[in-house]
Write a protein that binds this ligand. Sequence first.
Ligand code: PEP
Length: 252
Amino acid sequence: MRKHIIAGNWKMNKNFSEADDLLNDLMEQLENVKLPRETQVIVCPPFPFLEMASDYANDSYFLVGAQNVSDKESGAYTGEVSAEMLASCEIDCCIVGHSERRSYYGETNAIVAAKVDQLLKHDLMPIMCCGEVLAEREANRQFDVVKSQIEEGLFHLSADDIKRVVIAYEPVWAIGTGRTATPEQAQEMHHYIRTLLAEKYGSAVADEISILYGGSCKPSNAKELFANPDVDGGLIGGASLKADDFMGIVTA
Ligand code: PEP
């Protein structure tokens, strides 16, 4: 059975004590809910708070992820953080290919592929984001865009390796805008992604890969989105910054 995952992407928010308060609140609330065994809760705070989050993560369904990683192994790359460093600090996973990294920092599909390779090499789970911008959806190009992101970012992997990847479909027009994809739009794209995976790797492999939805997901719409057969949870931005909102989504 594939994992149901709720991952919080804090982006560049919170200072040290705010991060500690949020983690404390989250842990208190997590202790009081009984989640199904296949559920995983992930928080992805900024780099300086990863160790703090890791100290809280004494539980098998609570994982800690980074928001970025270098595509290089090591060396003279000032300001970069390698997958090996993350692994040595017991970080479990990392977001790659987020639309903000693609649009503000020039993260191409080739760079995403190299980051995925670094993460897998060091035994971290990549959460690989894909999704179209509004103009692409309006031109009905969303499937082509997502197809090239998936093919160029992931299809060099073996069947064994792609099973270690989580995919997040995040329509860019829904990120931080308050405008969510409808459950039908989400299911349609998630089904399309699973079909691409099945064509390349076979349906047994495709059925094992969790595909998360991201884009203005909140407690009020999470249940409807997650009820779809190909939606295996969510990557949550804004609503991951408040314990009550995030837990409202986790329990949905
Ligand atoms: C995100 O940035 O990954 C995201 C889904 O953001 P939001 O939930 O704020 O739309």
